[in-house]
Design a protein. Structure first.
Length: 58
């Protein structure tokens, strides 16, 4: 628990706000969000294939 509390305090110190996901979704216009395929790819410094951001689609 102390590690989690430090994490939360660190986020707050950086100016982040903690909000409920439902509140965030209600305040977001979904049509304004970009949409991208989820593909397998490589990331520098990581081994193996990972799920990465693919091409945009609408």
């Amino acid at each position: 628990m102390p590690a989690f509390e430090r994490l939360l305090l660190g986020w707050k110190a950086q100016g982040h706000s903690l909000v409920a996901l439902g509140d965030l979704a209600a305040a977001t216009e979904l049509s304004d969000l970009s949409r991208h395929l989820l593909v397998q790819g490589e990331v520098a410094g990581r081994s193996g294939l990972l799920a990465v951001h693919g091409a945009a689609w609408r």
